[in-house]
Design a protein around this ligand. Structure first.
Ligand code: NAD
Length: 315
């Protein structure tokens, strides 16, 4: 059987590295294209001999063009982006520049008649929600550069489908967590809390902890993306990828303390927030269930246990 070739941009990052591994397990040929700005070859250690890693920048058309010309690519996952609340707020112009990369991916995918293009969008496009739960064709409230770029990216994906019949799908990821995720101040809440707890520091919550997020374990996020490859009726669509079970940040902190067996030793600490944090995230996941025939498998406690075990191993 002829193996299909998949290009994963941002493949050395948290989500991209898991995706490369799973694609390899499914017998795809994998090309990982990453500028290693936040990603790392450590994330690809186990699989690097079996994939084609290319260091390069999506925002540079010529670098990407060579990759498309030299390889017969069938499927593209465009995951490269400047990511993380702190980093994106500090580097708005770099974030906006990612629009170039999205345009390059679409133009080259069109020219090379790629069979499927899957774009990593974000729940951030909803901004402060106008309605709950957040529905794909409902209100969006994108205000920050990161959210604006993701929303524009979705619209460009849709436009290439409408203009050229390019089979594109945008997946609006809600908070993904798991092994390989950055846990510095520039990282994400799960990794930050786990690191704090493992170091016997009280997890610090911005605000009162009643803000909610939908946490998706990495294996579930990847499963949904893999199902998108062959799912009919997904061309030109935007799909929320979440569990539909929002969790408060306080509950998250307490769950991590409990799983690490540090109840009675640590208590979440609340600090004043000057960040304009979004209060709630609550996706409607019926479109995901219908089009991808997918429901997440991991309970929060299971995903957190696996993540905690990984952090224990690397610290
Ligand atoms: P990450 O920072 O770990 O991965 C991003 C990868 O892209 C890194 O390896 C980085 O080196 C690479 N990269 C950045 N700019 C590049 C460029 N111009 N050219 C080539 N490579 C570049 O972040 P992640 O959490 O794995 O995010 C992956 C994708 O999923 C991103 O598009 C992100 O916006 C999206 N997303 C993530 C989450 C989440 O919870 N982690 C939620 C919503 C959306």
């Amino acid at each position: 059987m002829i193996r299909q070739t998949v290009l994963v941009t941002g493949g050395a990052g948290f989500i991209g590295s898991h995706l490369c591994q799973r694609l390899l397990g499914k017998n795809f040929k994998v090309i990982c294209f990453d500028n290693l700005s936040t990603g790392s070859l450590n994330n690809l250690q186990k699989i690097q001999p079996h994939i084609n890693f290319i260091k390069g920048d999506c925002n540079d058309y010529n670098q990407l063009k060579i990759v498309f010309e030299k390889n017969k690519i069938d499927i593209v996952f465009h995951y490269a982006a400047v990511v993380g609340v702190k980093r994106t707020l500090e580097n708005p112009l770099a974030v906006l520049n990612d629009l170039e990369g999205i345009r390059h991916i679409l133009e080259l995918s069109h020219l090379h008649q790629i069979k499927k293009v899957i774009f990593a969008s974000s729940s951030e496009v909803y901004g402060e929600p106008v309605e709950i739960p957040e529905v794909e064709d409902g209100h969006v409230n994108a205000k920050l550069p990161y959210a604006v770029v993701k929303l524009a990216g979705e619209k460009l994906m849709e436009a290439y489908f409408k203009m050229y019949n390019l089979n594109t799908t945008s997946l609006r990821f809600f908070n993904v967590y798991g092994p390989n995720q950055e846990s510095s101040d520039y990282g994400f809440v799960v990794g930050i809390f786990i690191n704090q707890v493992l170091e016997n520091i009280a997890p610090t919550i911005f605000g009162d902890g009643t803000q909610t997020r939908d946490f998706v374990y990495i294996e579930d996020n990847i499963e949904a993306a893999l199902l998108t490859i062959d799912a009919p009726l997904t061309a030109g669509e935007v799909i929320n990828i979440g569990t539909g079970r929002p969790v408060t940040i306080l509950d998250l902190a307490e769950e991590i303390i409990e799983l690490a067996d540090k109840q009675g030793i640590l208590k979440p600490q609340f600090i004043e927030s000057n960040r304009n944090d979004i209060k709630h995230r609550f996706p409607d996941v019926s479109k995901m269930q219908k089009l991808l025939k997918f429901r997440p498998h991991y309970k929060l406690s299971e995903g957190l246990s696996q993540t905690l075990a990984w952090y224990k191993k690397i610290t």
